[in-house]
Design a protein around this ligand. Structure first.
Ligand SMILES: [Zn+2]
Length: 311
């Protein structure tokens, strides 16, 4: 049944993808594969420190190898020193192509861990699959990696991080941000992807957490040539800025560091729930998001020095 659903979803995507974009028709199959694998029962909810989490890490490491993206450290695995058990961020990088801008690092990330097994009385399914949270954001980042690995168009140096232990209190992000800070890495901005599998009840495709702190949202809309990113006027999503992996980078580096998400607490009933599965997501929305966001991210990472800045 699951395979049938995936095949049906792929067929629907191929029929409804916007004709103007070459990208969608070429790559939809791969992002659905990534999403489906990460959210499968086989990975047991990807809790940091478990075998399922490690399998997800293996998959993402293999993805970087396959796309010929080099490890940022001596290995792809950045093993956490602030967690009781063994778990690793997976980190790759693509050095920039502009003599000056390559000395500025732009971090693109998403957390791949989730909450694992949840014990609820009377519940037959106990695996919190985390399809929306955050196999969706992870799949978006794999598509960005594939794009930049092939296009080789980034003037700035790109660091791609799949964070672990976000669900344990942003531990992977804190560990990685501290490590970069201690080596005085020239990080200028950070963009994180989180819960993007369902559309918002608004005209925008996603919102940026902590949007008022910098000009990144305005720049993204300028680069998209339309109002792509934003939130409804009376929905307060302000607290989310401190609750995802962007925050440690804002704290340590005082740079524009935000999370892009389309989860607004009203559009999805399965947050941290065993039913957070791929068949609950809107794959057309996710595919559309990927298509819209790639050219915007490309312009962001190639923007002039200090063009993206804190307000
Ligand atoms: Zn999350």
């Amino acid at each position: 049944m699951k395979y049938f659903c995936v095949i049906l979803a792929l067929w629907m995507l191929s029929c409804s993808s916007p004709k103007t974009s070459q990208y969608a028709s070429v790559h939809d199959e791969q992002f659905v594969k990534t999403l489906t694998y990460l959210a499968s029962d086989q990975l047991q909810g990807r809790e940091a420190g478990t075998l399922g989490n490690d399998k997800a890490a293996d998959y993402l490491e293999d993805f970087l190898i396959l796309n010929q993206v080099e490890p940022y450290f001596s290995s792809y695995r950045d093993t956490l020193s602030n967690f009781e058990s063994t778990t690793s961020n997976i980190v790759g990088w693509i050095p920039g192509r502009d003599a000056k801008l390559k000395k500025e690092y732009f971090i693109i990330g998403a957390h791949y861990d989730h909450i694992g097994i949840v014990k609820e009385i009377g519940q037959i399914d106990t695996i919190a699959n985390g399809a929306n949270d955050n196999a969706s954001g992870t799949a978006v980042v794999t598509e960005l990696i594939r794009y930049f690995a092939k296009a080789k168009s980034n003037k700035r140096t790109l660091i791609f991080v799949f964070f672990t232990a976000e669900e344990k209190g942003l531990l992977g992000a804190y560990h990685f941000a501290e490590k970069l800070k201690s080596e005085q890495a020239p990080v200028v901005a950070m963009l994180n992807f989180e819960m993007l599998g369902v559309p918002m009840n608004s005209e925008f495709i996603a919102y940026l957490t902590g949007a008022k702190l910098s000009n990144m949202q305005d720049k993204m809309n300028q680069f998209a040539n339309k109002k792509l990113i934003g939130s409804r006027p009376h929905v307060s999503l302000d607290n989310l800025f401190k609750q995802s992996d962007n925050y440690p980078f804002y704290q340590k580096f005082q740079i524009p560091a935000h999370t892009l998400s389309s989860f607004d607490f009203e559009n999805y009933n399965y947050y941290h729930h065993v039913k957070d599965e791929v068949d609950q997501l809107d794959l057309n929305h996710l595919s559309g998001f990927i298509n819209e966001i790639i050219p915007v991210v490309e312009q962001l990472v190639n923007s002039d020095s200090r063009e993206i800045k804190l307000n």
